[in-house]
Design a protein around this ligand. Sequence first.
Ligand code: C2E
Ligand code: MG
Ligand code: MG
Length: 742
Amino acid sequence: MEKKERLANTHLLLLLPAGILAASWAIYGFPYSRFGVELIALAVITVFFSSYFRIQLPRTKIHVTISDAMIMLSLLIYGGEFAVIVSILETAYTSFSLRRKGLSISFKTALINVFTGAIAVFATTQIVLMTFGSPVAVFENGDKAALFWLLAVMCAAWFLVDSIIVSAVVATRCGKSVMSVWNDNCVNALVIYISGAALAGLAAMALKQVNVILFVTVAGFFALIYMIYRRYVDDIKQTSEKAENSERQRAEQAENYVMELEHYVSQLEATGRELKQSREKFRHAAYHDALTGLPNRNYFIDTLQGLLDKAKTDSTCKFAVLFLDLNRFRTINDSLGHSTGDRLIRHVAKRLSEMTGEGDLVGHFGGDEFAFILTEAAEIETATHFADRVAKRIAESFRFNGRQVFTTVSVGIAFGSQDYQKSEDVLRDADIAMYYAKDNEENYVIFDKTMHTRAVSLQQLETDLRYAIVSDELELFYQPIVELNTVSLSGFEALVRWNHPTRGLIAPNEFISVSEDSGLVIPMTLQILRTACTQMVEWQNRSADNRSLSISVNLSGKHFSQPDLVGQVMTIVSETKINPNCLKLEITESVVMENAENAIFMLKQIRDIGVRLSVDDFGTGYSSLSYLHRFPIDTLKIDRSFVSSMTDGDGENAEIVHTIIALARALKLSVVAEGIETVEQLDQLRTLGCEFGQGYLLSRPVPVAQIEKLLDDKSLWDNLTASAAHAAAVHNYDPSQLGISH
Ligand code: C2E
Ligand code: MG
Ligand code: MG
């Protein structure tokens, strides 16, 4: 049970005996003999209407009702018993109507109020009886002084009893002392009793002096005025309540708006923060490389531009830019896999970062390219010393999963100067110098202006070559390959030339590497292959004697590593309808050996379509015998350098040629000797048992028309070979007399 409930029960229990006593006494002594209209009217007015006539004292919470006055009047006119009954009914009815209006008055509280009222009236009556005798007699007597004192005592007694009981009840509820509650709440209420007594006194006197009808009429008139006044006050109250309510609603609405606004503002702030964060993320991503976390090209270029701008006004601002590129990174990537390649790049980045001094910058441009800005490296020695240190540090082994990986680096160095306007230009020059370092297998190279000129001309060459491919400026020359014993024609090697519109005929060595670097080598080779095959088919169709002739086409290492090479060859073979056995693809020894396992895989596929394979420039690379016998190849072409020096000095090169021939024989491969220029070389090769050869002695590479002459007029070939054979004897052969020299 709640504490409040328990207290209410205790209060009820304590008040119950006195309350029952008062009620019993009242019922017993009720003036039944005086029962009539007047008594009923007084009771009804007191019980049902008196509490309605209520005035709140200004600036207090005290409501003066006429109910107290009416009960006092009842006491004067009909005695205490009637007053107790009226008090009980009035309190009960008031509690009931307040509950109906929504006030939370519990039944027990209402009962406590009823008992308190009854006990107060009972006690007051007893005190009045003891001091004045019957109050009805005093009233009837009409003595004003007696009536005054009676009312004074009545008022005091009633106030004391009522206020003490109320204070005790409230004090126990709030846990305060009775005295303090009495002081705080009840003293002010004295005015209720005084005014009640005064009102009762006035009413009693009026009743005594005027007749009842007049009294009731006057009282009714005043009641009416009062009611109008109450209505007016209620109206004003309602209006002000309404105004207050709408004011409150407006305030609440405003508060809601403020809250919504605050919420919106905080949402905006959060969005702003998120935006800022994502902007920072994007900014970081835009300026940093994802793999290494190092500044990227954009960041590097911006920083470099800042330094260049500063250098324009500040002559002390000097710096060096180092461009770095790993050597053979592609091979590492292809052979060890891309994840190892990525790890290597990350570790290189780490080493480079560790070497970066304060105020310097290292950036990663993607792939295997890095760059430095050295702000303290105005002197050549400082920059080269740093480049050396970098090269040494990178050359130290890297260890991944218990496996050692090695790489080296080429560095190009360019110095910032006032000549530069744009940061890209400094980077470009460092890049050019890096390529020189790579080509010359140096750790570093410092940029000079001639390099730029060369780079520009190479760039021009690339542009021209791109155009040359589409506008048919490439022409094929064919060099006969001869069966040395019988000196009969075995086939041709197709060798490309570029009919440059302004520079004339350009040799392949001048543009093959440009074509490889730019990737143009692939469309170029496909064009050459198609032309050579078409040409061969045409020659073969001219005469039955030509059917066994073969055509050799050179294949670049760049093209050889393309996975779709086989498909491209197949397409051309089927398009040109060449017998694949009559087509030979030449791949240089170094290309085949560089990535032997891949090469075997690729060569097998080419062989599977019937196309034959030659290893070009054999002897210049480092062929591993263990691989050589696994390569599905047909021919070894002995490099010209061995053939040309075969007849010189100690015969060491002749020995090499001899060994190559023996090796070819053991591996069941045919041999072609390149670059036969002299009759001695021809003789010696024959003696060594070399099957095939090509060289200026027999024929230079010549245009189609001259080959056609040769094919059409067999006597020309016989003359040529006879001359060669004769020249072997007399040593005065001149191939130009046949008009096929180049
Ligand atoms: P290669 O495949 O070893 O071609 C033989 C080179 O030796 C040719 O040079 C040829 O003209 C030259 N030669 C032949 N006999 C003699 C001789 O008795 N004395 C001298 N000094 N040289 C002789 P060329 O035509 O200048 O070609 C050079 C290289 O360019 C070729 O070497 C080949 O690697 C490459 N090349 C030529 N044409 C093509 C092509 O169509 N595609 C590709 N990828 N490379 C080609
Ligand atoms: Mg060749
Ligand atoms: Mg060769």
